[in-house]
Design a binder for this molecule. Structure first.
Ligand code: FAD
Length: 454
């Protein structure tokens, strides 16, 4: 509140996880909140990125289960994916989540405006709506406009055969031969998805390992899995040009090699959406299009916050939502602790899944830091053996002197769920002995997390 009678007027531009979480927290604390969103409530996370890609992963997991059915005594017939039905399912899920979030915000009296927001002065903005331009005033504002996939000119993205991730959900049929350019988190998830759906897949890897900044042991498990599934890895080359020749696409690489397929999907990062926001009218600075913020998500202009992908901080829905939670409280004058970015749990939704939190072994080694590393393979876990999927391991990093858990990595079935235990242990700085002393269900994958504390 600005004072007891006048609630703080908070304007939010962009209704993804950062914007909607800020809105709901601030509204619950008594602010008068206006949220301007030009697409759907829930943002690109719900409509184009996080939710659609995980919906495709869900179908991929079922397809792989059918492929491996014989292993568990089932004789299954041939199956194929109907992309039209999958596309419809994605729309239903995104629409359902958007509607649930809108209802929640409306129940909190958040003023939802469908339109494009733009600042016009230090405490003024407009929303361009179908009905015309709407003038808005505010005491504090949040910019949470997100990002879009990077699509450089040399790639010639056409949305038909040369694609970004945002075209991946509406394809009429499964591509015959998908070439994925980029082997970061998004690239490897797309490889997993399209190979599972029935495409032949080639992955262009600019370095010598997939997931170039991650633990080499983890990358090796993923690469072995891809090779078993006949994914072709083209390592040590960068794509420099993509051309369409009829129903084929040709990717040229900087070492002179070329690869031909039916489709190309670019997964080479994203660019922030900060153009056209009238930032100059309010004095907000940007760096390469990103909006820098301090530990409380404040921009260089005190009463304007920024959160989510537009800040260039860790680009995850979970992080954007947490930033929103903090901003909602901070803007209303409540004390908040800044986010500890070194303890964010992260997952890669491939098969096997990969999840990590806190300190990574490779980082500790690079820093010359002494850590105690304990590793338990799922091959020794009864539940994994029963499931017929023993790939992967649990690795726990702890302090050799105090035994406090510093982080962990899990590769394997349900790693994205199991990492929660290690995320809590890392956040609460518990000793590895607590993991060991915790009686887990038997038989369960969690027993390996407990054992890895030993
Ligand atoms: C393929 C893919 C998969 C992903 N999977 C995951 C995952 O599994 N887990 C995870 O945590 N993260 C995932 N992410 C990342 C996640 O989607 C982003 O970090 C998250 O969407 C960022 O949220 P945000 O609040 O910054 O904004 P966004 O979700 O990007 O939403 C911003 C909204 O603002 C709107 N907007 C922009 N400009 C204006 C304007 N001027 N006026 C009004 N509205 C405007 C946009 O239309 C958009 O709807 C994935 C990303 C990609 C690309």
């Amino acid at each position: 509140m600005t004072n007891e009678e006048t609630p703080l007027r908070l304007l939010i531009i962009g209704g993804g996880p950062a914007g909607t979480t800020t809105a709901t927290v601030a509204a619950s604390l008594g602010a008068d909140v206006t949220l301007v969103e030009d697409s759907i409530i829930g943002g690109a996370a719900h409509l184009l990125d996080c939710i659609p890609s995980k919906t495709m992963v869900a179908t991929s997991i079922r397809m792989n289960a059918i492929r491996g059915a014989e292993k568990v005594g089932i004789v299954a017939g041939r199956s194929h994916v109907d992309l039209a039905r999958l596309g419809a399912r994605i729309k239903t899920i995104s629409g359902g989540l958007a509607s649930a979030t809108s209802k929640l915000l409306e129940s909190q009296d958040v003023n939802l405006i469908r339109g494009r927001g733009r600042f016009t002065g230090p405490n003024r903005a407009v929303a361009e709506t179908e009905e015309g331009e709407l003038g808005l005033t505010f005491d504090a504002a949040l910019i949470s406009t997100g990002s879009k996939p990077r699509a450089p000119e040399w790639a010639g993205v056409d949305g038909e055969r040369i694609l970004t991730t945002r075209h991946a959900y509406g394809l009429p049929t499964v591509p015959e031969h998908m070439i994925v350019v980029g082997s970061g988190v998004t690239g490897v998830e797309m490889v997993h998805i399209f190979e599972s759906l029935g495409a032949r897949v080639t992955l262009v890897v600019s370095r010598q390992q997939v997931l170039p900044h991650r633990d080499p042991e983890v990358a090796a498990v993923l690469e072995d899995g891809f090779l078993e599934r006949d994914v072709k890895l083209l390592k040590g080359a960068r794509a420099t040009a993509i051309t369409r020749e009829g129903d084929e696409v040709v990717v040229d690489m900087d070492d002179g090699r070329t690869v031909t397929g039916s489709h190309v999907l670019l997964a080479i990062g994203s660019v922030p959406l900060s153009d056209g926001l009238g930032l100059d009218t309010i004095g907000i600075e940007t760096e390469r299009g990103y909006i820098p913020v301090d530990e409380y998500q404040r921009t260089n202009v005190d009463h304007v916050y920024a959160a989510g992908d537009v800040t260039g901080q860790l680009p995850l829905s979970s992080v954007a939502a947490m930033q929103g939670r903090k901003i909602g409280r901070h803007a209303l004058g409540h004390p908040v602790a800044p986010i500890d970015f070194s303890k964010v749990a992260q997952a890669i939704f491939t098969e096997p899944e990969i999840a990590s939190v806190g300190l990574e072994e490779a980082v500790a080694a690079a820093e010359g830091r002494k850590v105690r590393i304990t590793k338990v393979p799922f091959a020794a876990n009864p539940r994994s053996v029963i499931h017929g999927d023993t790939t992967g391991f649990v690795k726990v990093m702890s302090d050799p002197a105090t035994r406090v858990v510093l982080g962990g990595t899990i590769v394997g079935h349900r790693a994205s769920e199991l990492i929660g235990v290690l995320a809590l242990a890392t956040r609460a700085q518990v000793k590895a002995d607590v993991l060991v002393d915790t009686l887990m269900v038997h038989p369960s994958l969690s027993e390996s997390v407990s054992d890895a504390g030993e």
